[in-house]
Design a protein around this ligand. Structure first.
Ligand code: A3P
Length: 350
C-alpha cells in the first residue's frame, strides 16, 4: 500500500458532542510538504473533517486533473452554487436550456461529496472522471488537500469568499436542514469559530487562496461582490476564462442568476443532494423542503445582523482580528477585492 498523503488525529469527544452529530471527526494533517505553499507552517496545518472523508482524501489527492478544467473552490455556504451556475453558463455559451434541464450536480460535480454522504451509489469522483471537457468541478477542500496535479497543470480556479459571520449563519441552517443538527445556534457558532465543522478552520482556507490571487490561473472574488456587482463579476469570469459574453447575454444571465430564479430552479437548488442526505439520515422529506432549511435561503449580505447575538458578533470580530492582523488585513478587504482593478491589488503584506 502506498503511504497516504495525510494522517488523522481524532477530535475530542466533547467537540463532537457539541456538534450533535453521530460518527467521528478528525483533524487531517499532511504527511509531507504540500505542492502548494500554505500560510503558516504546513506541518501544523490541519483541516477538520468528519471521519467519513478519510477514504476519499487520497482518491481526491490523486485525481487526474486536466489543464482545461475549471474549479470552483469555496468554504461551504459562500455562494458556491451561485458561482457554479454562473461559470457553467459562461463556459457553455449561455445554454439556458441545458442549464434548466440537467441538474447542476451532474453538470458540475462536488468532488468529495462521497465524504459527506458515503453510502450513496453515485460516486462523485468517478462522475468527475467521466465528464467531458471542459469540466467544471466544485470542491470545499483547502488548497493543500486538493488534487496535487492542480498545482502543476494549473487549471483555472475560481475562489469565492463570504463574510464568515454570514457564512456561519447559513452553515448553521444547512446543518439543521441537511445534517439534522439539533444543538443550539451559539454552540454551532463556537464550533465554527474553533474550527470544528467540516472544511474549517476558516481563515487559513481563505488566506491560502488570497496569497495566490495574482496568479493568472486564480480568480478570487466574493459573495458580497456578486450581490452588488453581479454583471461585473460575470464579465470578470468571462475575461478570466477567455469566453467572451455579449451585453445581452449578461442581461439574460443576471435574470437567470437572480435569487428568486435560483430558488425556484430545481436544477440548481440541490434537490438531489437533499434526497441523498435525507436517505442517509433516515428522516422525513418535508423537513428539508421547508424554509429556512432550503438551500437557496435568504440570499442577503449581513444576515448575521438579525440572526446572531451581539456577543457572538463580537467574538467573530475578535477572532477575525486575531487571525488577520499579522497580515494587516480586514474582513472587508476580501469582500471588495477585484482582480481586474489593479489599484486594489497592493494593499497587503501577503
Ligand atoms: P443564505 O443561507 O445566507 O441565504 P452555497 O451554494 O455555497 O452552499 O451557498 C448557499 C448560500 O448562497 C445561501 O445563503 C443561498 O441563499 C445563497 N444563494 C444561492 N443562490 C443565490 C442567489 N442567486 N442570490 C443570492 N444568494 C444566493
Amino acid at each position: 500500500m502506498p503511504e497516504s498523503s495525510f494522517f488523522a488525529r481524532s477530535v475530542p469527544f466533547e467537540q463532537i458532542d457539541k456538534l450533535a452529530i453521530s460518527g467521528g471527526y478528525s483533524s487531517i494533517y499532511a504527511t509531507r510538504e504540500p505542492a502548494v505553499p500554505v500560510v503558516g507552517n504546513w506541518e501544523q496545518r490541519f483541516c477538520r473533517l468528519a471521519d467519513t472523508f478519510q477514504p476519499v482524501l487520497d482518491r481526491v489527492h490523486d485525481f487526474e486533473v486536466r489543464e482545461d478544467d475549471v474549479w470552483i473552490v469555496t468554504l461551504p455556504k459562500c455562494g458556491t452554487t451561485w458561482m457554479q451556475e454562473l461559470t457553467w453558463l459562461v463556459l457553455n455559451r449561455c445554454d439556458f436550456e441545458t442549464a434548466k434541464s440537467v441538474d447542476l450536480t451532474i453538470r458540475s460535480p462536488f468532488l468529495e461529496f462521497n465524504g459527506v454522504v458515503p453510502n450513496v451509489p453515485h460516486d462523485t469522483i468517478e462522475a468527475a472522471n467521466a465528464l467531458s471537457s471542459p469540466r467544471l468541478i466544485k470542491s470545499h477542500l483547502p488548497a493543500w488537500l486538493l488534487p496535487r496535479q492542480i498545482w502543476t497543470k494549473k487549471p483555472k480556479i475560481i475562489y469565492v469568499y463570504r463574510n464568515p459571520k454570514d457564512a456561519a449563519i447559513s452553515y448553521f441552517h444547512h446543518w439543521r436542514g441537511m445534517v439534522g443538527y439539533q444543538g443550539t445556534k451559539d454552540d454551532f457558532m463556537h464550533s465554527f469559530i474553533d474550527g470544528y465543522v467540516n472544511f474549517t478552520p476558516c481563515w487559513p482556507h481563505v488566506l491560502d487562496f488570497w496569497q495566490l490571487r495574482h496568479e493568472p490561473h486564480i480568480y478570487f472574488t466574493s459573495y458580497e461582490r456578486m450581490k452588488t456587482q453581479l454583471g461585473q463579476v460575470i464579465e470578470d469570469v468571462a475575461r478570466f476564462l477567455e469566453r467572451p459574453v455579449s451585453v445581452e447575454q449578461v442581461q439574460q444571465m443576471k435574470k437567470h442568476l437572480s435569487f428568486e430564479s435560483m430558488r425556484d430552479n430545481p436544477a440548481c437548488n440541490h434537490a438531489k443532494e437533499f434526497e441523498s442526505m435525507k436517505a442517509a439520515a433516515g428522516r422525513e422529506v418535508e423537513e428539508f423542503s421547508v424554509a429556512p432549511h432550503r438551500f437557496v435561503r435568504r440570499g442577503v449580505v449581513g444576515s448575521h445582523k438579525d440572526e446572531m447575538t451581539a456577543d457572538v458578533i463580537r467574538e467573530f470580530d475578535l477572532w477575525s482580528d486575531v487571525n488577520l492582523r499579522d497580515y494587516k488585513l480586514h474582513m472587508d478587504d476580501f469582500a471588495t477585492y477585484s482582480k481586474y482593478n489593479e489599484q486594489a491589488i497592493t494593499k497587503t503584506l501577503l
